[in-house]
Design a protein around this ligand. Sequence first.
Ligand code: ATP
Ligand code: MG
Length: 628
Amino acid sequence: MDYATLYRQSIEQPEAFWDAQAQAIHWRRPYDRVLEVERPPFRRWFAGGETNLCYNTVDRHLAARGDQLALAAISTETGQRRHFTYRELHREVNDFAAVLVALGVGRGDRVVVYMPNMAEAVFAVLACARIGAIHSVVFGGFAAHNLALRIDDAQASLLVCADAGMRAGKVIPYKPLVDAAIAQARHPPRHVLVVSRGLDPALARVDGRDLDYATLRERHAGTDVPVAWLESNEPSYLLYTSGTTGKPKGVQRDVGGHAVALALSMRTVFDVGPGQVMFSTSDVGWAVGHSYTIYGPLLVGATSLLYEGTPVNPDPGIWWQLCAEYGVRTMFSSPTAIRVLKKHDPAWLRRHDLLALRWLFLAGEPLDEPTARWIADGLGKPVIDNYWQTETGWPVLCLQPGLDLKPVRYGSPGFPNFGYKLRVIDETTGADAAPNEKGVLVVEPPLPPGCLTTVWNDDERFLRSYFGHFNELLYSSLDWAIRDDDGYTFILGRTDDVINVAGHRLGTREIEEAVATHPAVAEAAVIGVRDEIKGQAPHVFATLKAAVEPDARRAMASALQQRVCEQLGAIARPARVYIVAALPKTRSGKLLRRSIQALAESRDAGDLSTLDDASALEEIRAALARGA
Ligand code: ATP
Ligand code: MG
């Protein structure tokens, strides 16, 4: 069936549509109702149904594909490659689950997982799913403070960590960070389960609290742990948003709706089926890692690649080498990662046989046209932008190459995914924006399966953060969008980031893209700064592909100003252009415009808990001080 027909059905007859999709997963007990809405905007998908994510991702495939490769964990940091068939994955997950059970972890208990992209992170997640424990994966690069906040928020009974991670050849011991986090926490976990790779010879253990996974596994291995059948709406996991706009929100995901949405999107969006190979480069600590490294590919009996390392080590062709070696069909990465590759010779993209590779998906932030073209031309493959949020857990706007691929239109992630009744509305009147007019992207109720059920332990924040803007039923994460005459939706940035110049509303993204068309520019962040006359004026912070002498900065600044004027008109002319060596980003690679803006307006930089590199903020301070 084609996209348009199916989409219409998903909106006009949601229960019939989702009932059909739900057949893709195994239900221990059939659901009583496809959709139940007693207290909107809360809703329950597949109410009364019982299922289990571990059963659906692992056990279910044993009969037909026990000997097929399920997971390839590749580390270019440690130089290790580990391969697990579905049968081996089943063994690993059961052993992990047996250890969790032995430690007294059970249904509904929270387990914090603080690990890099290593196979045991996947085992830990699936073991939690098996026994009905709620996992909360914390990105392995976060500092002790962030970890402590997440431990406290979850009130976890167990923390699973690695002895260390590695980044660009450097060992980063995790255990000292864990110890510091627990010292700060108000609700410390009873136990810390350490999976050691022997990377940290100085590993310290707290008696009675810290336990070694290998030792416990030896003691409990070999037993099959019964699957806990959960009601479809019980929580499966917690995961925090990136913190781009403020304090991260603890997204709570359900079980049944999550499985159904992922299974559907694997087929229609990502075009991956049983026996095929998917490579998602995301960290397991982000939503993409949860949905499209762990759960999605395994739900449909595919092979998933898990990658620890940078995109340029041992060389900038490593990802494509892996695609060739494993016969990857669908790859999923982020614009940030491609911008890293873009600093290298495009010949690296052509060095390996990419016959099997069909699609490259990119998500997480605006995909600018120069970057999209560079990678699409370099690989000779379609590059597909898709827009979503940690909250939604799967794409909101996308193309559906698994059904019928509409032409890619650069700058737009495409059309609404199934079940998302999207509107672009005027921020003040709430009326529908006309085609080609800017507005706020909102979702009409009900949110489709897969989307968050609430903010963990904080229904109030759930309502306030997402439903408090227009009316109490319209969901919005306050992204700014425009829909063209053909129905392609473009995301212009966040409403917070809109710059109001003398009554004209400009998206940060429009100006950033205009700046980025200059061949010398690597990346740009644009912010609105208070202006006596115009209300706000755009200020540009740009990084360059090659460093320039301080004297040349002024010429570069006027060249960039001119470029913006040419492309967007004089109204968008940046009042200031600063050339910097780095831009502040979240650990998930998103520009922290709010912090740049705060510094530019001499305010406090705000919540910096998810800031990746503090020196980037110093760069901004220094640039502001010197005025260029
Ligand atoms: P927080 O909600 O804590 O402020 P965040 O919104 O960055 O952080 P994520 O869930 O990681 O947290 O990111 C979702 C947001 O990323 C979207 O709301 C949107 O602003 C942006 N985004 C994601 N994908 C795209 C895309 N393809 N094009 C444009 N923007 C995107
Ligand atoms: Mg958000």
